[in-house]
Design a protein around this ligand. Structure first.
Ligand SMILES: Cc1ncc(COP(=O)(O)O)c(C=O)c1O
Length: 372
């Protein structure tokens, strides 16, 4: 029988994720599967938690990977922290802020939203005025808005949220592993991420972290968490401490090996060096794009190093360029979403993929296509 897997060709993944997976992580995926309560596997789980705490700069005990992609992490944060009619404020400047709104609404929260123009950051002064209007239970924002390439000012926002009673809920799907995420210092109460961006793993896990304040909210809920699979009070009994681990669901063992290996690679390289590599390659890409006559979509100062939004020049066929890149050069980049479809390209420099040789290969291919 024909095996389609034999036909998979290597593609340089330079889109909004998934990103390139290093050989060590592929090797980790093929290690022998252990039982989910095997003592040796539990040692690996413990190490994953420690490494995630270090990466997130947190002492939160409730720091662990949820089985599922970044959206499962988003659902986990909201489903555990919202009770019906809770006032929730979402700061939106792209697709993933909108998705947070949708998730919170489905949980029957009273959702208020402040919309900022796509491609521009959330403005702390505007948020400061709004938070005085209501006693919000949650204020939520995306750190790295993958749909536009904007970095939101989390530190400044955290100072505003700190003056309220609200929990600060932050999406770090694209930021974690590529720029600093300081969960404790920035007083984040609930954070989620994803493995397929700057952590250089395949998609499938979503690291989350909850502060003690958030966990107290979970344990003092008036209503049960409406989603059994993502209920942190149950999941924490499988992931926590010295006592016997309680089976909740069968953990995706080999994906957890992959995450463990990917985290080791980040710390072996050293975190500061990893961030510097992202920044330097972002600048190399930006300069090369400008030489080709292309312009960045986001203003300097708010650009993400790992997600570069580039304006598509007038008269250039978006789809044709992207399909030529894929077919002839085996490089994938992303198109724009929603109102930005056809207007921008999204070029990822995420994790293992953020390397000068990849930047140069893409620039060379773009030059051949745009200026034949
Ligand atoms: C900022 C952000 N949040 C959430 C998600 C959703 O993650 P997933 O597609 O892994 O479910 C993504 C995916 O691209 C993202 O970029």
């Amino acid at each position: 029988m024909k095996n389609l897997l034999d036909g998979i060709e290597e593609v340089l993944l330079m889109g909004p994720g998934p990103s390139c997976v290093p050989p060590e992580v592929y090797k980790a995926l093929s290690c022998k599967t252990l039982g989910h309560l095997d003592p040796y596997f539990i040692k690996i789980m413990d190490e994953i938690q420690i490494l995630l705490q270090q990466l997130m700069n947190t002492r939160n005990r409730l720091t662990l990977p949820i089985s599922g992609t970044g959206s499962a992490g988003m659902e986990t944060c909201f489903v555990n922290l919202i009770e019906p009619n809770d006032p929730v404020l979402i700061l939106t400047n792209g697709v993933f802020g909108m998705r947070m709104q949708e998730v919170a609404e489905r949980l029957r929260a009273q959702v208020d939203n402040i919309d900022f123009e796509w491609g521009t950051p959330v403005i702390p002064r505007v948020v400061e005025e709004k938070v005085n209007e209501k006693d919000y239970k949650i204020i939520a924002v995306v750190h790295a808005e993958t749909s536009t390439g904007v970095k939101n000012p989390i530190e400044a926002l955290s100072k505003i949220v700190k003056k309220t009673n609200a929990l600060f809920l932050v999406d770090t799907v694209t930021s974690l592993g590529g720029i600093e995420v300081k969960v404790d210092e920035w007083a984040m109460d609930a954070v989620y991420s994803g493995t397929q961006k700057c952590l250089s793993c395949p998609p499938g896990l979503s690291p989350v972290s909850f502060s003690d304040k958030a966990f107290t909210k979970i344990t003092h809920r008036e209503t049960k968490v409406p989603n059994w699979y993502l209920d942190m009070s149950l999941i924490s009994q499988y992931w926590s401490g010295e006592r016997a681990r309680v089976y909740h669901h069968t953990a995706p063992i080999n994906m957890l090996y992959a995450l463990y290996q990917a985290l080791l690679l980040i710390f072996e390289e050293r975190l500061e060096k990893v961030y510097k590599r992202h920044e330097e390659n972002h600048i190399r890409l930006k300069e090369g794009l400008e030489e080709l006559g292309l312009e960045m979509y986001v203003e300097e100062g708010y650009r993400l190093p790992m997600l570069n939004a580039v304006k598509i020049p007038e008269g250039v066929d978006d789809l044709k360029v992207r399909s030529t890149l894929l077919k002839e050069h085996k490089i994938e980049i992303g198109g724009g979403l929603g109102p930005l479809a056809g207007k921008i390209w999204r070029i990822g420099l995420m994790g293992h993929g953020a390397r000068s040789e990849n930047v140069d290969r893409l620039l060379k291919a773009l030059k051949t296509i745009l200026h034949p």
